[in-house]
Design a protein around this ligand. Structure first.
Ligand code: FE2
Length: 190
């Protein structure tokens, strides 16, 4: 289930809002210009079959939003040291605050990830789980944490074939807020 946690951007000491109510989350995200939808969770989805499994919905999004490239990717935990190194590199890539010139639009078919949206003087952590589609508008200051043991299948939508190029702000704000691992632990316990 999705979890939204909002703090002032001065620090995570005060929780402004914490909710797992999809309707409330949708209202909050809409105020930020973020598109959020929930799609059915299908069993056995992998990177290889995700685009087929969600074809109708993917075509609706690409048609409505004008995306020209869609792909599916997967991170499946392994104890192989090489995988752990790859996972750490993937996690590190967008763990610091940045923007993109394109929307960052992603559907989680399996697993989870946290988008931290730094807008309007607040940090909005959106813990996305299977069935969640989130679109972070171009130029929104944000960062993304997939955790120390990344585990997800996601469908990604692009307006060009360059992928998401990060324009890093140089801020270390991300280090002050709870990580994916910490948010997940609290989410599972509640
Ligand atoms: Fe990003």
């Amino acid at each position: 289930m999705t979890l939204l946690t909002v703090w002032p951007d001065t620090g995570p000491g005060t929780v402004v809002l914490r909710t797992a109510d999809p309707a409330e989350i949708a209202v909050e995200l809409k105020r930020l210009g973020v598109r959020y939808e929930q799609w059915p969770v299908l069993p056995g989805v992998t990177a290889a079959n995700a685009l087929d499994a969600y074809r109708d919905r993917v075509e609706r999004v690409t048609g409505t939003e004008g995306y020209v490239l869609v792909d599916a990717m997967e991170m499946t935990p392994s104890d192989d040291p090489a995988w752990r190194e790859t996972a750490a590199g993937s996690r590190a890539r967008f763990l610091a605050e940045h923007t993109h010139d394109d929307d960052e639009d992603r559907f989680f078919a399996r697993g989870a990830g946290v988008f931290y949206l730094h807008v309007q003087g607040r940090v909005h952590a959106v813990l996305c789980e299977a069935g969640d589609l989130l679109s972070v508008p171009a130029n929104t200051t944000h960062w993304f944490d997939m955790g120390t043991r990344p585990d997800y299948v996601s469908i990604r939508f692009f307006h060009d074939d360059e992928g998401w190029v990060g324009n890093f702000t140089g801020s270390d704000i991300a280090r002050s807020f709870p990580t994916f691992d910490q948010l997940m632990a609290g989410h599972r316990a509640s």
